[in-house]
Write a protein of this length. Structure first.
Length: 168
């Protein structure tokens, strides 16, 4: 049986259903039942970069995607550990308290994304607090933070949606 420790240093591209071109996070640093920490080293070739004063930068408002991807890894790990298979599809329902502390991040900086479970119900609705730090996890290194509302419905809900769509 797998444990949280088994996922330490696991590459995020093996935990997400995204295409490799849009994966913004690199590996799991630490995880537990109610939180995950991942890191990101932005590659200068990713399509999310902009040029600002001749330097390639990642606009901080795009960091919501990093937070959402950390949730995907968190979900995959937790579903695997409790024995319910792999992660289910997730829908980002909304974002609250999105705070941007700096306008952009230079592509060469190492980032840490810390995401903590706040609320989770049996229907798959969850609320997560997520923060992105530059260099290390410290209050004065915050780049952005947000509260994300996510729905990861059970398989029967997805099947019902597909059946409803086929009836049209």
């Amino acid at each position: 049986m797998k444990s949280f420790e088994d996922y330490k240093d696991k590459k995020c591209k093996h935990l997400l259903f995204h295409g490799n071109d849009i994966i913004l996070i690199d590996k799991v640093i630490e995880c537990a039942e109610n939180y995950i920490i991942v890191n990101a080293n932005l590659n200068q070739n990713i399509p999310f970069l902009d040029t600002y004063n001749g330097v390639k930068v990642f606009r901080t408002y795009k960091s919501i995607e990093m937070m959402a991807q950390s949730l995907g890894c968190f979900q995959y790990i937790n579903m695997s550990i409790i024995g319910e298979g792999k992660a289910k599809i997730g829908f980002l329902l909304g974002t609250r308290k999105f705070e941007i502390y700096i306008p952009h991040i230079e592509y060469s900086q190492e980032l840490f994304i810390e995401t903590k479970l706040s609320v989770q119900n049996n229907d798959g609705f969850g609320v997560y607090d997520s923060t992105i730090y530059i260099g290390s996890i410290a209050e004065n290194n915050k780049a952005a933070s947000a509260v994300l509302s996510v729905l990861s419905p059970k398989d029967d809900f997805i099947i019902q949606l597909q059946d409803n769509n086929e009836e049209r």
